[in-house]
Design a protein. Structure first.
Length: 233
């Protein structure tokens, strides 16, 4: 299923949503260029969230008061933000941007531009922190805006539970337009994660997002969005 739009009228242009989509696409194009020059692996391993490096640096910084460890903590903390804008495959960037396009504009409309940007970044950061806490020994980079976008989906469902989503159902050579309840996309969001390996970029030495903690990170993201919107009422 391919979400296209919703039936919620937006009074303001979702400027931040446009910028987020544009930045994500621009960074992905940059990743493609780095892949061609065989430097993508170094780049992603430097700026993706690697729980083992972060947890190790925090341990050395707090318990041994190591200055070098503090520098690493600060540097790796930046990955909690930058990693949100990195993606490991064509299917991941396409799926994430489709959901951001359809659901993000309505959430921005009710939150306002500044609060929407803060909400997006905060949800992504909290998801990254949760992933570090759950699997602190993981050495595989975790990248993608999945947690932030899951939070947007959670906020959307909480605010617009009866919304209808214009959807295209691709059936071999036919494309059937239909309307699907927004609530159904919670299930579809998690189901499509199974296909995010399609069109994967070559990111040595061991790839990215190879852990079940990624799935649970998105559960946390979805919960963050729903709780936030609930409290906002």
């Amino acid at each position: 299923m391919i979400p296209i739009s919703d039936n919620i009228r937006c009074w303001n242009k979702p400027i931040i949503n446009y910028w987020l989509i544009g930045i994500n696409i621009a960074v992905f194009l940059w990743e493609l260029q780095l892949e061609f020059s065989d430097t993508l692996g170094y780049f992603v391993n430097s700026w993706g969230v690697i729980p083992a490096q972060m947890s190790g640096a925090i341990t050395n910084a707090f318990f041994f008061n190591n200055l070098a460890a503090w520098i690493i903590v600060i540097w790796r903390s930046c990955s909690l933000i930058f990693g949100i804008f990195l993606h490991g495959s064509f299917s991941q960037i396409l799926g994430n941007m489709l959901f951001l396009w359809v659901f993000g504009k309505s959430v921005e409309n009710i939150l306002g531009h500044k609060h929407y940007l803060g909400f997006y970044l905060t949800a992504g950061i909290l998801t990254g922190i949760m992933q570090i806490l759950v699997e602190p020994s993981l050495t595989v980079p975790l990248i993608g805006g999945n947690g932030a976008i899951a939070a947007i989906l959670g906020a959307y469902i909480m605010k617009f539970p009866k919304a209808k989503i214009d959807t295209i159902l691709p059936l071999i050579i036919l494309y059937i337009p239909t309307e699907v309840p927004a609530f159904f996309y919670i299930f579809w969001w998690f189901l499509q994660q199974l296909f995010y390996g399609i069109g994967s970029l070559n990111i040595p030495p061991i790839g990215v997002n190879q852990s079940a903690v990624v799935f649970w990170g998105q559960v946390v993201g979805l919960s963050i969005g729903a709780v936030f919107m609930r409290l906002k009422k």
